[in-house]
Design a protein around this ligand. Structure first.
Ligand code: GLN
Length: 317
């Protein structure tokens, strides 16, 4: 497909996203996130044949927040293997908010999935001893092709001073014997991973590696195992947008992961990686502009997971 056509589609998608921004709100439960410019909006798309399409606030750095759960899950699966990880964290959508603990307390002896806070705190506790913040930072920089990713000290301090809820989750995990290291150190690693500063392009780079089942198209190297990528993408599709995951899967049909900093990572299998930034969030804590943007891109560029045609790179199979 010619670049001009893709740029036109992206332009229209962007307009659709912009019109819905006033209906959302920036997150304020981490006070530092409340300083974000509500109208900011950026989109970066990377294709497997190396083309880049961008619009809006693509140079702005924002904290990755829950999208880091994807990276932590990748490292955990590579380190411990699929069966050990899913012995300790489930693979079912919780149907509850990302920071809920009711379903964990009432129905389960393990977190429902690795994309919600309880699951990600358990994963962080597993990683301690095998990985530390520095090695996780290096891994993030490598997968995002972005050596400038660093800890946002202000956001990290702000969340650390306001994380009663995550502390509650972590101690509930400890009470059920499903945290595998010191509670405070597990929370520290989890919160630091959430506080990494990225751009839409960093996310799109991670997206295209996942889209290519771990083969980095920029270097030709296999950087994540194929089976790990398949697992991560499936969990993103079913759980990545929290209790909005089902509707997102139907309408957009791309494995995706959101963060309360306004980031959104989406993967069109074997085709495209997408990063979005829009800090105005819907009531579930997902970038509100993300869905109309991705729904339109998915429809016009045929990116839905169950649409095998590749009209973007023209390599239909
Ligand atoms: N750091 C945030 C938290 O733990 C991440 C939540 C999110 O992005 N949904 O609440």
């Amino acid at each position: 497909m010619p670049n001009s056509t893709i740029n036109n589609v992206l332009w229209t998608a962007y307009q659709k996203g912009q019109t819905i921004i006033p209906f959302g709100n920036v997150a304020t439960y981490i006070p530092e996130l409340g300083k974000a410019r509500k109208n900011a909006l950026g989109v970066t798309m990377l294709t497997k044949d190396g083309r880049i399409f961008e619009l809006g606030d693509t140079d702005t750095r924002f904290t990755i927040q829950s999208i880091s759960k994807v990276i932590s899950l990748i490292v955990a699966l590579e380190t411990f293997g699929i069966s050990t990880v899913f012995d300790r964290v489930g693979m079912e959508p919780s149907g509850e908010a990302f920071n809920s603990l009711v379903e964990l307390d009432l129905n389960s002896n393990k977190p429902y999935n690795p994309m919600i806070n309880s699951g990600a705190i358990t994963i962080a506790s597993m990683l301690l001893g095998h990985a530390d913040f520095e090695s996780m930072l290096e891994k993030t920089r490598a997968l995002c092709h972005d050596p400038e990713i660093d800890l946002n000290e202000e956001v990290y301090a702000s969340e650390t001073a306001n994380m009663s809820r995550n502390k509650s989750i972590a101690y509930l995990l400890e009470s059920k014997d499903i945290i595998y290291n010191d509670v405070d150190e597990s929370l520290e690693l989890y919160t630091k991973m959430c506080s990494l500063n990225v751009t839409t392009k960093s996310l799109a780079n991670l997206g295209i590696i996942l889209a290519m089942d771990g083969l980095d198209p920029a270097t030709g190297q296999q950087v994540i195992r194929k089976r790990v990528c398949e697992t991560v993408k499936t969990i993103m599709l079913t759980c990545g947008m929290y209790d909005g995951s089902g509707e997102f899967a139907v309408r957009v049909g791309m494995p995706s992961k959101s963060g309360v900093g306004g980031g959104l990572l989406s993967v069109a299998d074997d085709k495209v990686g997408i990063g979005i930034y829009g800090p105005s969030l819907d009531e579930k804590g997902n970038c509100i502009a993300g869905r109309p943007i991705l729904e339109y891109l998915s429809k016009m560029l045929r990116l839905h997971i169950f649409d095998p045609d590749d009209i973007v790179t023209g390599m239909a199979e």
